[in-house]
Design a protein around this ligand. Sequence first.
Ligand SMILES: NC(=O)c1ccc[n+]([C@@H]2O[C@H](COP(=O)([O-])OP(=O)(O)OC[C@H]3O[C@@H](n4cnc5c(N)ncnc54)[C@H](O)[C@@H]3O)[C@@H](O)[C@H]2O)c1
Length: 292
Amino acid sequence: MQSFKEKVVVVTGGASGIGRALANAFLEEGAKVVISDVEKTALDKTATELAAKGGVVRAVVTDVSKPESVDALADAVFSEFGACHVLCNNAGVSVPNNNVWDTTPNDWQWVLGVNLRGIAHGVQAFVPRMLESGEEGIIMNTSSGDGGISPLADQSVYASSKAGVSIMTECLNAQLVGQESKLRACIFYPSGGILPTGIWTTRRNRPAELAREKPAPEGAEMTFDEFMEGMKQIGVDLPVQDLDELARFALDGLHQGDFVIMIGRESMEDTLVERARKLARGECPIEHGLHA
Ligand SMILES: NC(=O)c1ccc[n+]([C@@H]2O[C@H](COP(=O)([O-])OP(=O)(O)OC[C@H]3O[C@@H](n4cnc5c(N)ncnc54)[C@H](O)[C@@H]3O)[C@@H](O)[C@H]2O)c1
């Protein structure tokens, strides 16, 4: 898409982290931005701060795991603006590192409900109306290298959800191209370094009815600051990726019409080739704790 000026952009999970940075970047390019999030207080605060910089910002409380909530978001967007040109299905959550056999039914229900089914709900609510408009549009789904490219063994729930996001997006884009529509879908893999987002305190988003059935393993949850301090203590100095820069990179990818948007995308080739080789030889492509 050449320009986002006056275009209508919806960002789920827009109250914090990557979603907030994406909303800010779209606003800087002159778009009208609707941020949606399950956390009302954080959403209102972000909307106020973004609006103070100028431009059109709306906030709609939405739980992407609930189809009726995402339908209500689409109704709000189309009734006020009559269009949606860019849908960023970005909301996401995660559970503590664990053995697969120690994950719980609620771990799967929560994470797949938000990360994977949440994106399906977004596509179901918005794409028919975006198609009907006949206008150019993009659906950008936030996946993760963890699962979307190769999984971390201890993050089976999250990685499975993100593998699903990448596969769903491939199917969606192929169908949109096949229909000769003016819509396209793309995958966004946030990368470039450690990301200082709210995902480190993701359990704040976990609803009481999907609480973990047993305590998380000790040390499996830590804040961004605790993680960085731990790394420093063992002499590892990890690069931190600026979120505004990441968001601007994502918008550049959208301008260019890239199907895969990822800082350092070139590095994916070696990983995937090695993965394919091991699978074709009948071997497990990852080792414990390693991003193969
Ligand atoms: N942070 C990373 O290292 C990283 C890496 C790769 C991919 N991602 C993905 O990026 C996306 C954004 O995550 P982030 O890192 O900015 O974390 P974040 O916690 O800062 O942002 C996620 C947002 O989603 C919202 N949310 C959670 N459940 C929701 C629900 N049911 N309905 C609507 N909104 C909900 C949260 O309130 C939060 O504002 C996620 O999909 C995440 O999986 C993050």
